[in-house]
Design a protein around this ligand. Structure first.
Ligand code: M6R
Length: 609
């Protein structure tokens, strides 16, 4: 939630800050603001998108080599100009931008009001600017005041501050909200994620929780909350600016869907042991015997990552005979879920920063379980806090609607299923067959993408409908849920995912000629039952769109529209079917002229609970 950018160096700060904000806009886009310190403090804010902020800046002279900027996703207070960051206190001595939630802000605010401070916004964040002012009265030093103010706040924060009392520094603190520092030649670019940094430098420091950084143009000092120095060096990051850019695609969502074949190759690279019919994961090795002795698996995640987890639950239960449960991360934290030290808790997260999933990891660790992260963003909080982990290597996912991350998560989870199953009772032959199929999966996904024209035509035909059901059974039930989520998210059309068997227990009542059902009816053990579902819908006058296995002409007699996917094992068919649902949602949203990459009310990474 929210994107922060900071710059200190020899360049004019404003263009760097605006370019960074544009890259982070997917994190939040309710309002934006920028502050630069040159001869004087210059501050501009605007409700709405960054282009609106640019309009506000037209004709203004924002000269200076140090500055901060912010793009907001509102948590406390409406998306107004007053609530936009950066915030100042009673005067403009200190400017701050914050991502997260200051949980004790009401308490702090009332103390500060008592001391005569006047507030301008409804945000929790503004208290930090006033707190800095207050601390400065005692310490007369920006750094000491910042550290003392940090020690007084509770909650989640990525905070960045500049001051006209000390123009040569940017101060940063992190707890449960991502912050990276790009280390350039005599310059530093600070941001909520790498996409705002990699255009300038590939040398990056990932700040950890409870660390405070002091950035000057020629160096960074990092300390912990006890004021002890933390020796941290910059690491080279792998991905390029092009990977984070749209290229020839109209939207990031489409670009990312079309990256799926590459994403599968990256997920399996170096991990296939085809002759042994299994997989290897460098990041799991240190768990050694403990992993082998796991009795039960609990998967925790949110949204699309949760549906990838649900798919893995089916795979694990069927093929590894490991007792497996999957839980929505926010529920895991609140429920009395029984976790023991012989359990493995797997957290799946594209961003690696989702607050609920991170909270579930912490809870699992507290209870002594072995924790594993399946994470895309290298160096993110979940990747740092889990005991062992697997990276997706899917490259940056910018579109708020997650697509390629799901493909990558499912691919990694398929490998992990085989890894566990081969330690139990999966035969060498079965392992080898599956490994062979996984290594050719990218080409089959490529064939599904080749059907984009057909899927586009179908989506355009159905764009007038107001409700959809997505139906699947067994491995394709999670795909039905994910297909419905994707459609809701990018088109704002109401859609629900159901297990085929549930249709007659209620949802069938809604079916009539205005209520299409998207059925995932690929060949496999539940195929006949899906056929019965389709007949049930047709006999109530409902429209049926279906995903079928290549060559299955029979379905053309039942369904109104059919999209074919290549033949595959039942286990891997969901990875092909999901691509059809992603493209369907994409093209439908396009007809409706939705803001596909930035759906209303959402943010890419949900770092608040
Ligand atoms: O970064 P994460 O995978 O932890 O994110 C979890 C969800 O917030 C995310 O999948 C969300 O549901 C997407 N917007 C779905 O497209």
């Amino acid at each position: 939630m929210c994107g922060i950018v900071g710059y200190i160096g020899k360049k004019e700060a404003l263009p760097v800050l605006l370019a960074g904000l544009k890259r982070l806009e997917y994190r939040g886009y309710d309002s934006a603001g920028v502050a630069v310190i040159g001869e004087k403090v210059q501050l501009a804010k605007s409700p709405g998108r960054i282009f609106k902020l640019e309009k506000v800046l037209e004709g203004k002279n924002f000269s200076g080599n140090v500055g901060i900027a912010h793009t907001r996703w509102a948590t406390h207070g409406k998306p107004t100009k007053a609530n936009a960051h950066p915030h100042i206190g009673c005067n403009d001595d200190f400017l701050i931008a914050h991502n997260g939630i200051i949980e004790n802000y009401l308490e702090l605010k009332s103390e500060l009001l008592g001391k005569g401070h006047k507030f301008r916004s409804q945000t929790d964040s503004e208290v930090f600017a006033h707190l800095l002012e207050e601390e400065f009265k005692h310490y007369h030093n920006f750094e000491a005041s910042f550290k003392s103010a940090i020690s007084k706040i509770r909650g989640a924060y990525g905070i960045i501050a500049i001051s006209k009392k000390d123009k040569e520094k940017i101060l940063i603190a992190k707890k449960s909200s991502p912050i990276v520092i790009g280390v350039g030649k005599n310059e530093h670019i600070i941001a909520s994620d790498l996409s705002a940094v990699i255009g300038y430098t590939k040398d990056v420091i990932h700040l950890s929780d409870d660390e405070i950084a002091v950035c000057e143009s020629d160096g960074v000092r990092i300390s912990n909350l006890k004021n002890e120095a933390v020796g941290k060096k910059a690491r080279k990051v792998e991905y390029s600016l092009e990977e984070a850019e749209k290229g020839n695609f109209e939207t990031f969502m489409k670009k990312e869907i079309f990256e799926s074949p590459e994403v599968i190759k990256n997920a399996i690279r170096g991990r296939l042991l085809e002759e042994e019919g299994t997989a290897k994961f460098g990041g799991l090795e240190e768990a050694g015997e403990r992993l082998k002795n796991v009795k039960r698996v609990m998967i925790v995640a949110c949204g699309t990552s949760y549906y990838a987890g649900l798919l893995a639950k089916y795979w694990f239960s069927d093929l590894t005979h490991l007792h497996t449960d999957v839980e929505i991360a926010s529920e895991f934290k609140t429920g009395n879920i029984d976790i023991e030290s012989s359990d493995l808790v797997i957290a799946i997260s594209q961003s690696g920063e989702t607050a609920d999933t991170l909270g579930a990891v912490r809870e699992a660790k507290k209870r002594g379980a072995l924790t594993m992260g399946i994470v895309n963003v290298v160096g993110s909080a979940i990747s740092q806090e889990t005991d062992i982990g697997i990276y997706n290597h899917a490259g940056p996912e910018i579109s708020v609607a997650s697509t390629k991350a799901f493909i990558s998560q499912a691919t990694v989870l398929a490998l992990l299923t085989i890894f566990f199953a081969r330690q139990k009772n999966m035969s060498l032959k079965e392992g080898k067959d599956l490994m062979r199929e996984i290594s050719g999966l990218y080409a089959k996904v490529g064939q599904v993408l080749g059907q984009q024209k057909t899927i586009q035509e179908i989506a355009e035909k159905y764009a007038k409908y107001k409700n959809f059901i997505f139906l699947g059974r067994k491995y394709n039930f999670p795909i039905a849920l994910e297909g419905a989520l994707k459609l809701k998210e990018v088109s704002y059309i109401h859609a629900e995912g159901y297990a085929g068997g549930e249709l007659k227990h209620g949802p069938l009542a809604m079916i009539d000629k205005n209520f299409p059902v998207f059925c995932i009816s690929t060949k496999g053990s539940v195929y006949d039952k899906m056929l019965s579902n389709m007949e049930e819908i047709k006999s109530r006058g409902g429209k049926v769109i279906c995903v079928a296995t290549a060559g299955d002409k029979k379905l053309e007699n039942i369904a109104d529209d059919v999209v074919y996917v290549p033949r595959s094992s039942e286990m891997l068919s969901p990875i092909l079917a999901v691509v059809v649902t992603q493209l369907f949602a994409y093209f439908l949203a396009r007809v409706l002229k939705r803001d596909i990459d930035k759906p209303r009310n959402l943010a890419k990474s949900v770092t608040v609970e």
